[in-house]
Design a protein around this ligand. Structure first.
Ligand code: ADP
Ligand code: MG
Length: 237
């Protein structure tokens, strides 16, 4: 089976600073990969490269059979820590903008789809509100629905619950778990290790721009190979 996403010795610099050092990993269709690691280790940069939000300087990156961005528009969806919703638009308009502009849907079609997705993320009654009128957990579920409106084949999550109050984390993770159960290919940067145990096929650990170790949850939680990963897990578990 061809990989959904394949990084081959990916190198990236910010000026003189090498932020990614020969990062290699393959994610199969339907696989759920969790990426963890200390702050500044390059996790966001990896997912931003996959989403075609950052260029890279060395190695190769194959996303759905081509360079990032060569896949059809919207085929890679991304959810950010800070939601990144359009604050001046209603929830409904946040969801319909992309499908109308980029997928060529009529307003009616886009709205039907948006309502169905708001149902799926369990906020069917919030369509007319502006993001600022919603809780953080609700805003993040809007962001997930907005990404899903574009019918992505791969979903990227960059610390989607890190900006949320503790009581709202579960409602976002629940939606992500349902998406996982439906077969979505997912790459999730998160330190929610309960989620990782339940959902991840594999967990990757990054440190200082390198992908240090990848293993199944069972492997890494019982016997991580690298001491850096063991130390990291000791701190967060
Ligand atoms: P993580 O998500 O693991 O916390 P990032 O990928 O955000 O790490 O960042 C990795 C490193 O790259 C950090 O040292 C960060 O300061 C640096 N960095 C991130 N974005 C930029 C940028 N646009 N310009 C310069 N340095 C950056
Ligand atoms: Mg980050």
């Amino acid at each position: 089976m061809t990989a959904a996403v394949r990084l081959t010795e990916l190198d990236k610099w910010f000026g003189e600073f090498q932020v990614l050092k020969k990062v290699s990993i393959e994610v199969s269709p339907g696989e759920k990969l969790v990426i963890c690691g200390p702050s500044g280790s390059g996790k966001s940069t990896v997912v931003r490269c996959i989403a075609n939000l950052e260029p890279y300087e060395g190695g190769a990156l194959d996303v759905l059979g081509g360079e990032p961005g060569a896949a059809g528009r919207g085929e890679v969806g991304m959810v950010f820590q800070q939601f990144n919703l359009f604050p001046h638009l209603t929830v409904l308009d946040n969801l319909t903008l992309g499908p109308i502009r980029a997928l060529g849907l009529s307003r009616r079609e886009a709205e039907d789809k948006a309502h169905a997705l708001l149902e799926r993320v369990k906020i069917p009654d919030q369509a007319a509100k502006k993001p600022g009128q919603l809780s953080g957990g609700q805003q993040q579920r809007v962001a997930i629905a907005r990404a899903l409106c574009m019918e992505p084949k791969v979903m990227l999550f960059d610390e989607p619950t890190s900006a949320l109050d503790p009581e709202m984390i579960a409602e976002v993770l629940d939606v992500m778990e349902e998406l996982a159960a439906e077969g979505m290919t997912m790459i999730c940067v998160t330190h929610e290790m309960g989620f990782a145990k339940r959902v991840a096929d594999r967990i990757a650990f990054m440190d200082a721009g390198e992908l240090i170790e990848v293993g199944t949850p069972e492997q890494v939680f019982t016997a991580p190979k690298s001491s850096r990963f063991a130390d990291f897990l000791d701190k967060i578990l």
